[in-house]
Design a protein around this ligand. Structure first.
Ligand code: NDP
Ligand code: GDR
Length: 357
């Protein structure tokens, strides 16, 4: 019997890491993830796929490590001997990166370089190929140079986070060209889900909707409501990561829905879903403004659609409904007919609610 493929994921405890781990386990991979030592458990998003490593069925293994610690990265790489490495670990909050620029750049920028260096040495020493995925971001486009944004749109990063991602992007290309590494950059536009961190604007809104309905919160404080984002569903986006590493040649791809929406549109759909008007609840707090804002992002994912056969499966409206429903469930309130928060049920419910004729 052939050995299962082994993948190593940094950032496995995050939104994307958890969906990617599920996807790879479904495909029969042995999955290894790097987690940070914390004083309380931080594995909520992957607990449902975790099996005690003493069990013969175990195919998910966790290793303590950190992108700021190159020695640990090398050690884990030697131990795991993965065929694929997905670099998803990051201090990924743009606003926080202004407060903590040195750490953000160390983890996001230098962390990627440390990992690339470790892979380069490992590959040269063993002769074994390691395919590498770098979690690039639409934030790299920053101040709009071109609409929509494609793989050839110039970068104009507007935060320490985005600057570090640009550095990581170019390092990835350099390692591909210098050392013949199978290294790909995904340039992923915003993607969300019920597992999205609670301080990103989408989840902050859907969680607040549920808490307002439950009487646990009266107001929702937000910053700039005019910013526009190209929002997709995280579960769709991790498929694109995997597809990139299955191609004959390494390349870079924009992954996006090709639609943009203002935060106020997200608010409309989320609050309307529970028959509330967001204007009655949302207050402005300048604390949530950024020193420099990215006003408009809209991707053109034609290349990924044509070369990878990838496409998004969930619409913007479905995504908002999915997230609101999930937060209502989490708080113990079941909206409408008590439907669970899966996409098939959301679709049925939307058809039912759609104005007839
Ligand atoms: P999350 O913030 O949900 O997850 C980030 C992950 O990185 C967590 O597992 C976190 O661990 C880990 N991490 C943080 N710091 C370090 C460190 N120093 N060393 C090792 N691991 C660390 O992000 P997402 O899942 O949303 O995003 C995944 C990747 O994709 C990130 O690199 C992000 O920048 C990028 N990206 C995300 C987009 C999005 O819309 N979601 C769009 C484009 C790019 P812990 O749980 O311990 O905090
Ligand atoms: P973003 O996501 O910065 O695009 O980065 P976020 O949800 O944080 O912000 C989106 C837009 O909403 C505005 N905004 C607020 N944002 C937050 N977090 N909180 C608020 O209260 C608030 N009010 C308004 C922001 O100003 C911004 O314009 C995400 C991250 O996942 C990155 O890691 C990833 O690279 C990019 O998406 C693509």
């Amino acid at each position: 019997m052939s050995q299962p493929k082994r993948a190593l994921i940094t950032g496995i405890t995050g939104q994307d890491g958890s969906y990617l781990a599920e996807l790879l386990l479904d495909k029969g991979y042995e999955v290894h993830g790097i987690i940070r030592r914390t004083s309380t458990f931080n594995t909520d998003r992957i607990d449902h796929v975790y099996v005690d490593p003493h069990s013969a069925e175990a195919r998910l293994f966790l290793h303590y490590g950190d992108l700021t610690d190159g020695t640990m990265l090398r050690r884990i790489l030697e131990q795991v001997q993965p065929q694929e490495v997905y670099n998803l670990g990051a201090q990924s909050h743009v606003r926080v990166s202004f407060d903590s620029p040195e750490y953000t750049v160390d983890c996001v920028g230098m962390g990627t370089l440390r990992l690339l260096e470790a892979i380069r040495d490992y590959q040269q020493r063993t002769g074994l190929e390691v395919r590498f995925y770098q979690a690039g971001s639409s934030e790299m486009f920053g101040k709009v140079q071109e609409i929509p944004q494609t793989e050839t749109t110039p970068f104009y990063p507007r935060s320490p986070y985005a600057c570090a991602k640009v550095f990581a992007h170019w390092q990835t290309i350099n390692y591909r060209e210098s050392y013949d590494l199978f290294a790909c950059n995904g340039i992923l536009f915003n993607h969300e889900s019920p597992r999205r961190g609670e301080t990103f604007v989408t989840r902050k809104i859907t969680r607040a909707v549920a808490r307002i309905v439950a009487g646990q919160q009266k107001k929702l404080y937000l910053g700039n409501l005019d910013a526009k984002r190209d929002w997709g569903y995280a579960k769709d986006y991790v498929k694109a990561m995997w597809l990139m590493l299955q191609q004959d040649k390494p390349d870079d791809y924009v992954v996006a829905t090709n639609e943009t929406h203002a935060i106020s549109e997200f608010l409309d759909i989320a609050f309307n879903h529970v028959n509330l008007d967001w204007h009655d609840y949302v207050e402005f707090d300048p604390r949530y403004l950024r020193p420099a804002e990215v006003e408009l992002l809209i991707g053109d994912s034609t290349k990924a659609r044509q070369a990878l056969g990838w496409e998004p499966s969930v619409t913007f409206e479905e995504l908002v409904h999915l997230m609101v429903e999930s937060d209502l469930e989490a708080i113990g309130i079941r909206h409408g007919n008590g439907a669970p928060s899966d996409i098939a049920t959301i679709r049925k419910e939307m058809l039912h609610l759609a104005p007839q004729g």
